[in-house]
Design a protein around this ligand. Structure first.
Ligand SMILES: Nc1nc2c(ncn2[C@@H]2O[C@H](COP(=O)(O)OP(=O)(O)OP(=O)(O)O)[C@@H](O)[C@H]2O)c(=O)[nH]1
Length: 442
């Protein structure tokens, strides 16, 4: 996420390294670099210029006796300003209505339908709501089918009517259906167009006026950079929406949309989409995002994700297995699946402070566990519970079955063996011995 920007900001801070204090001269060069980094990330020039002016004012106004070194001070000031630029405090969505009606707006392909599903899934699982999804695209039957596929996937009912060509009527009927059937949130997915046009704007304005939603959200593809900001402005002029959803932040986006939208439309970014899966949705926290941009990671989100996946019952079972020396490849596979549920590898690594810098240039596969999983899947149940029986002919068979080399199979077996020993030791509290083992593994 925002790798280029992070890199450039890091270099900009470097200018101050070795200087005892911030002066007009050394700060000027750093600020020039910061401005350039922001403009390169597709941030509007005026926003970038205002940004550096504020940082400069604050930097020169700081007490010279501050305990922070100039580089650290500048990083803190930039972090604070980035947070401010992206919206200050995190803002939730309004769920006060009964039902609460949420209207989705945005261009075709921005990720409206996918996000409607993600939001329904999030509200159902994390907020114990009973959501109803509504398909209001009266032009493309395929869009209605797509929402049904999403609904089936997450176990949420979808309201649609392919015969009705008036989206206002569909929305009203859906709300009546929700009231009669105990749904407390209604998420309306509307039709998008390839570009902003009057017909689409009139249509969504009419829906908006008729149903008076508690929350109108504008969904935008963050990969579209400055265009994202222009589209946001056009929609906001008509709808006066409540919040922005930035999708596809998992891609190679430069970050400009995230950094400029709040200033242009003065509406908060509420959620971000970080993948195609239904779980790839995150509440947007400006301060955590600023940390990530500055390469400081986002440990809070990482721990939260781990906690979400943590199952106490499973953990207890696992502990018992480890104690009895019964931890096998099936358990290992389960652990991998849990990690995978936390998000893609690139995203997770980006949350570890400093990791981005250390692993720079390394091509981390989205599915880094593919090879390991293939190897385990090629093992027999017996081999999974008693890896010690895997002799050389079995290794050959496993490598063939998984499309890997015998060397890779060997490597996994060795790592698994060391890991099992380490786990056993952790149970027994053999600290020093474990350190020795970790050193060996390295
Ligand atoms: N990588 C990634 N892909 C996404 C994300 N959100 C949506 N997509 C993909 O983007 C494409 C378009 O998403 P849709 O949800 O169909 O977009 P839409 O706005 O509903 O488009 P229409 O229904 O045609 O108006 C699909 O292939 C999605 O899988 C995201 O956060 N990350």
């Amino acid at each position: 996420m925002f790798d280029n920007l992070s890199d450039k900001l890091d270099k900009a801070m470097h200018v101050l390294k070795g200087h005892g204090q911030i002066t007009e001269v050394n700060v000027a060069e750093t600020l020039k670099e910061i401005r350039r980094a922001l403009v390169d990330a597709d941030v509007n020039y005026k926003i970038a210029k205002d940004f550096t002016s504020t940082v400069k004012e604050k930097a020169l106004g700081q007490d010279v006796l501050t305990a922070l070194k100039p580089g650290q001070l500048m990083t803190k000031l930039v972090k604070d300003e980035l947070t401010e630029l992206m919206g200050g405090d995190a803002e939730g969505i309004n769920l006060s209505g009964n039902p609460s009606v949420i209207l989705m707006s945005g261009l075709q392909g921005s990720g409206k339908t996918t996000f409607s599903g993600k939001l329904a899934n999030y509200l159902k699982n994390k907020k114990t709501k009973k959501p109803l999804l509504v398909a209001c695209d009266v032009y493309r039957p395929a869009a209605i089918d797509q929402l049904h596929v999403v609904g089936d996937q997450i176990g949420v009912e979808v309201f649609s009517n392919k015969e009705e060509k008036n989206p206002v009527k569909i929305s009203e009927a859906a709300i009546a259906h929700a009231k009669a059937n105990g749904f407390n949130v209604v998420i309306i997915d509307t039709a998008g167009r390839l570009a902003v046009d009057q017909v689409m704007m009139n249509e969504i304005a009419a829906i908006h006026k008729a149903i008076q939603p508690q929350e109108t959200l504008f969904v935008v593809d963050s990969m579209t950079g400055q265009d994202a900001v222009n589209t946001a402005k056009a929609f906001n002029d008509v709808l006066n929406f409540d919040g922005v959803i930035l999708t596809k932040l998992d891609g190679d986006t430069r970050g400009g949309a995230a950094l400029s939208i709040k200033t242009v439309v003065d509406k908060p970014i509420k959620f971000i989409g970080t993948g195609e899966k239904m779980e790839a949705i995150d509440v947007f926290y400006p301060s955590r995002m600023a940390d990530r941009i500055l390469g400081m990671g986002d440990v809070v989100s990482l721990v939260e994700r781990a906690q979400e996946q943590f199952d106490e019952e499973e953990a207890r079972k696992l502990q018992k297995k480890i104690a009895k020396n019964q931890f096998g490849f099936d358990d290992f596979l389960k652990q991998i699946q849990q990690i995978k549920k936390m998000g893609n590898m690139k995203d997770l690594i980006g949350m570890i402070p400093g990791a981005g810098k250390v692993l720079k240039g390394l091509d981390i596969d989205d599915d880094a566990f593919k090879g390991i999983e293939a190897i385990i899947h090629s093992m027999t149940p017996d081999e999974r519970t008693k890896p010690s029986i895997i002799n050389s002919s079995r290794k050959k068979r496993i490598s063939k079955g998984s499309g890997t080399s015998v060397q890779e199979v060997n490597q996994l077996l060795k790592q698994f063996d060391q890991m099992s020993k380490m786990m056993k030791m952790m149970q027994g509290g053999g600290g020093a011995k474990m350190m020795q083992m970790m050193n060996n593994m390295r």
